[in-house]
Ligand binder design. Structure first.
Ligand SMILES: *[C@@H]1O[C@H](CO)[C@@H](O)[C@H](O)[C@H]1NC(C)=O
Length: 101
């Protein structure tokens, strides 16, 4: 009986380890992001954008870890700007992009 319990624990630990492996998880997220936000990039652009996206994800995950530890008061999530360069975000926020009142 005790052996069964150990086996059970061993198996659940294994399952946890497998599911928490990075294991192309980032690639999946990137592919999903592109579908969700209708992105069509050629190969060069895809590599460039994917890098930005992954940096954004890392930032978000680090931030959310802090939020979980009570070091930040809000959580972050991926949005459609996750693969934008800083320059593109700056462009987007320029005052002349807003209509006159
Ligand atoms: C890929 O897309 C980028 C951005 O739209 C463009 O600047 C570049 O010339 C394209 N490259 C090729 C090989 O088509």
């Amino acid at each position: 009986m005790k052996n069964l319990l150990y086996l059970y624990l061993f198996v659940s630990v294994l399952v946890l380890n497998v599911t928490s492996l990075p294991f192309d998880d980032l690639d999946d997220k990137w592919e999903k992001f592109k579908v969700d936000h209708n992105r069509k990039y050629n190969e060069t652009e895809n590599i460039r954008r994917k890098k930005i996206f992954m940096e954004t994800l890392e930032y978000i995950e680090a931030h959310n870890k802090k939020a979980k530890d009570g070091l930040a008061s809000y959580g972050l999530a991926v949005n459609k700007f996750a693969d934008w360069t800083d320059e593109e975000k700056r462009q987007m926020l320029r005052p002349d992009n807003f209509p006159d009142p």
